[in-house]
Design a protein around this ligand. Structure first.
Ligand code: LLP
Length: 431
């Protein structure tokens, strides 16, 4: 069965009666006029739809816990929406913890990850009652025990391990291979377990955690990961595994990400085989999808500005955003798909390169793309920008971060306000 992460566009995208792109029942050109551009637009039906795909796909394994990886996009409104679908959260900083807390998330369904959590962040996590902390290394075991002791609490933990699995994705977003900054090597687990048992008595170990990488299209590696995790928890007498996130999405017509239903089938099948093989009680299974939950639901609207024809070379068309609202093309050579929101049906195609407005030659959003001839004032809609766009946004060139709106049933509402010039200088002090 197909799942929403296999779509290029949000579920509600269509061309409306006046020939403009519509999303969530809202005219995208009217959204651009009302809220300004660049504008992140999030489609509520698509977010809820993929959450339901995940729940449906895993319904045959009763001990499953869905945790949304908030690093993909962390705002109060989206956190509240995803929490209302029954998801918990994977968080990696005090900022993410605070955001989901303020959004009203059930903190017992929150897992705190990361390879260098500070004393203060660990304290906050314990104070706010996060359900699990995934401990990444020996240094953190000692630190967390100290923090827990200071609060007179016993903290529920997992150990993050490096399973030694390589996936075929961009090198910067692989995490499960052996030479990784994340997690304990398999050969170090026993020592960590001994330390917890004998010395770190304010820690209670439940299981193991791994994450192989991101934007993964292969399905079989999830089976390999399950085998390693279950083998280890069986040996150690633990009863939880967290397999991380990583399922890919469709950025261009050439991308074929797997269906969440197919991945779930592989995971559950292998898990059941391993339960039998290693003769254990069914463990609690945690999964942490980020990108596949939020990416497809998001588009970014830009206004077209200047253009330049290089004699005998490329035509560059510049928009009013770029690498500060979407760093992925310049950081990972990521590819995106766009449509012209005010004339999606126009046929006068030409090959252009969509450039950002930042002072950096690498600030190119889409290279060599066929689009209807663009004119100043046109609204460009870039698809699949829900994940790792706003969450990685910067103020490079002192450009304010865009606003974000949530759309549903022909209604739009601001969920992140546009930064102002005064916001930009609000932390500056003249000496
Ligand atoms: N769990 C852990 C422990 C992770 O490190 C990550 C992502 C996830 C879950 C969620 O993975 P996802 O389902 O989103 O693939 N900035 C990069 C992606 C970095 C991913 C980091 N970890 C990008 O824009 O492609």
């Amino acid at each position: 069965m197909e799942s929403i992460n296999q779509n290029l566009k949000p579920l509600t995208v269509k061309i409306n009666d006046i020939g403009n792109l519509e999303i969530g029942g809202c005219d995208s050109v009217a959204l651009a006029e009302k809220y300004g551009t660049p504008l992140y637009v999030m489609d509520e039906d698509t977010i809820r739809g993929i959450c339901r795909d995940y729940k449906q796909a895993f319904k045959n394994y009763s001990k499953v816990n869905m945790m949304y990886a908030s690093k993909a996009l962390c705002t109060m409104a989206t956190a509240k929406l995803i929490a209302s679908e029954g998801f918990g959260f994977d968080v990696v900083s005090a900022g993410e913890i605070y955001t989901v807390y303020k959004a009203g998330a059930d903190m017992s369904k929150v897992l705190f990850n990361g390879n260098n959590k500070s004393y203060d962040e660990l304290s906050l996590a314990i104070e706010l009652g996060v359900g699990r902390i995934s401990v990444d290394n020996f240094f953190e075991l000692a630190l967390l025990n100290e923090v827990a002791k200071a609060q007179n609490k016993t903290v529920d933990i997992l150990l993050r391990i490096t399973p030694g699995i390589e996936c075929h994705t961009h090198e910067y977003i692989q995490t499960g291979h052996l030479d990784s900054k994340f997690g304990f090597d398999l050969t170090q687990i026993d020592e960590a377990v001994e330390l917890i048992k004998n010395d770190y008595t304010n820690l209670r170990l439940h299981g193991l955690h791994a994450h192989i990488g991101s934007q993964i299209f292969e399905t079989s590696i999830y089976g390999d990961e399950i085998e390693i995790l279950v083998k280890e928890i069986a040996r150690l007498g633990l009863n939880e595994i967290n397999i991380g996130g990583g399922i890919g999405v469709k950025y261009t017509e050439n991308d074929c990400p797997p269906s969440v239903y197919d991945v779930a089938e592989i995971i559950i099948k292998r898990l059941n085989e391993c339960i039998e093989k290693y003769n254990i009680e069914p463990p609690a299974l945690f999964i942490e999808p980020g990108r596949s939950i939020i990416s497809t639901a998001g588009v970014t609207l830009y206004t077209v500005g200047s253009s330049k024809q290089v004699p005998n070379g490329r035509k560059y068309v510049a928009v009013d955003g770029g690498m500060s609202d979407n760093v992925r093309p310049s950081m990972y050579q990521a590819e995106y798909t766009a449509q012209v929101a005010n004339k999606p049906d126009a046929k006068n195609f030409e090959k252009v390169t969509i450039a950002g407005r930042f002072c950096e030659s690498g600030d190119i959003l889409i290279k060599d793309v066929e689009l209807p001839e663009l004119e100043e004032g046109d609204i460009l809609c870039v698809y699949n920008t829900g994940a790792y766009n706003y969450s990685m946004a910067s103020n490079y060139n002192r450009v304010p971060k865009p606003a974000m709106v949530l759309v549903k049933n022909s209604h739009s509402c601001i969920i992140v306000t546009r930064e102002t010039l005064d916001d930009l200088i609000s932390h500056d002090r003249l000496n």
